[in-house]
Design a protein around this ligand. Structure first.
Ligand code: UGA
Length: 437
């Protein structure tokens, strides 16, 4: 099939490469010339494991190319909208500028029978609105909302074999013409057993925001338990293991720590609350405000714990932050709790060095005032305290004995509860976890 993918960021670049991998003829379109130049050279403009190799493979096959020219979409009959919906400046709602621009730029290139597939995370009601715009231009074209559930760091595998497909079509019916077209696009994963659900437009849009809200709630739930564990002298990691053994609860996404960040969960729960307000259903989501504030409280808590760890003051203390990305296997620093904590510590008088295997360039753009050091062993030299804030495997593998010889004082705050506390204590370190005695 001939497919266009509009928007080549974290979502679109991966989607374009994966659609070509599935055997389709794909054109990736973006307004950013630098991004298109990099992608055309098989270089993703961000770090995602396996993506550069996949880009190279599918570009060599001739099935994938990139352009800034929307007119090239005219050769395709299926058009994926993969642009971002960031949080509006100074407001909770989602900024729809990019989605609206992508849809309107695409309009004049649509032909009869074309399918427009929305993948971006949008406020409920967007699909029906865009569907009307599309049908006004090309009465024989259809819009389907097909939310994306990929995780950064696992994006290629999540796209090639997702947990499920959700197709939101105007009448919510299996017989809608868009269903068979998308079935053909996804024939390989469908044949591999990925289930698919056909819904109406608003349900498909809500599935995405509901899923992210549930994940955010799960993380804030365990972080609230961490606060309680700290007050009661209990251990939240054991608590999570024990409640997670109940199938109905499950252990995944119950890792207490510095909280969630990234380009999705924080802005999605806020946009969801804003949209619920517009629909007159704000009461239904007031709990998400609490989810958000529990999450933000983690960052303040880590700053306070670091002060305690440093003997009551941060002034002039040399602090090394291990990890800047919002999660491991990513260079994404959007709303990264690690970086936000690093910046807070610096504002409160600490001398902060940040290290990360992949995210330092992005971090330096966001917080140029922090000091960055790519080599872990150099970054910890003479430190008064280490903070492990992004659980990269290489930080989990650090040898406390070897590290102990480099730092000024062997003190570590494990912001992700991933280190073996007994091992670090045995090596002479003062170890602090979050929600652990
Ligand atoms: C999230 C969802 O997991 C994806 O399903 C969704 O497609 C994506 O948003 C999106 O909307 O595009 P992602 O932002 O890549 O994916 O990252 P997650 O793996 O969900 O992690 C989010 C944050 O939660 C990270 O900061 C992570 O460190 C934190 N987290 C996760 C915890 O603090 N504890 C946990 O137990 C799990």
């Amino acid at each position: 099939m001939r497919i266009s993918v509009i928007g080549c960021g974290y979502l679109g670049a991966v989607h374009a490469a994966c659609m070509a991998k599935l055997g389709h003829q794909v054109i990736g379109i973006d307004v950013d010339e630098a991004k298109i130049a990099a992608l055309s050279n098989s270089k993703a403009p961000f770090y995602e494991p396996g993506l550069d190799e996949l880009l190279e493979e599918v570009q060599a096959s001739g099935r994938l190319s990139f352009t800034t020219d929307m007119a090239e979409a005219a050769a395709s009959s299926v058009h994926f909208i993969c642009v971002g919906t960031p949080q509006k400046k100074g407001e909770n709602g989602a900024d729809m500028t990019f989605v609206d621009a992508a849809a309107s730029d695409l309009l004049e290139h649509l032909g009869p029978g074309d399918l427009v597939v929305g993948k971006s995370t949008v406020p409920v009601g967007t699909a029906s609105r865009l569907s009307d715009v599309i049908r006004a231009q090309e009465p024989d074209a259809h819009l389907v909302w097909n939310p994306e559930f990929l995780r950064e760091g696992h994006a290629v595998a999540d796209t090639l074999s997702p947990d499920r497909f959700v197709y939101g079509v105007s009448d919510g019916s299996e017989d809608h013409p868009a269903v068979s077209v998308l079935d053909e696009v996804y024939s390989a994963p469908l044949a591999g057993g990925t289930p698919r659900l056909v819904t109406d437009h608003p349900t498909a849009e809500l599935v995405k925001t509901a899923a992210n809200s549930f994940l955010a709630t799960k993380i804030s739930f365990i972080n609230a338990m961490a606060e309680l564990c700290e007050a009661a002298g209990a251990d939240v990691t054991q608590l999570a293991d024990a409640i997670g053994m109940d199938d109905r609860i499950g252990r995944k996404f119950l890792n207490a720590g510095i909280g969630f960040g990234g380009g999705c969960l924080p802005k999605d729960i806020r946009a969801f609350m804003a949209r619920a307000g517009e629909l007159g259903a704000d009461q239904a989501l007031t709990f998400l405000r609490e989810v958000d504030s529990i999450n933000m409280r983690r960052r303040t808590r880590v700053v306070e714990l670091t002060r305690e760890l440093c003997g009551g003051t941060l002034l002039g203390k040399r602090i090394t932050v291990l990890g800047a990305a919002f999660k491991p296997e990513s260079d994404d620093v959007r709303d990264s709790p690690a970086l936000s904590i690093a910046a807070q510590l610096q504002l409160q008088g600490a001398v902060v060095t940040v290290t990360d295997p992949k995210a330092l360039a992005n971090a330096a753009k966001r917080f140029p005032e922090l000091h960055y050091e790519p080599e872990t062993h150099v970054s910890v030299e003479k430190a008064d305290a280490l903070l492990l804030l992004t659980e990269w495997q290489e930080y989990q593998n650090l040898d406390p004995y070897e590290l102990g010889r480099r730092v000024e004082s062997p003190r570590i705050l494990d912001g992700r509860n991933v280190l073996d506390s007994e091992k670090w204590r045995a090596a002479g370190w003062t170890y602090r976890g979050l929600g652990r005695p």
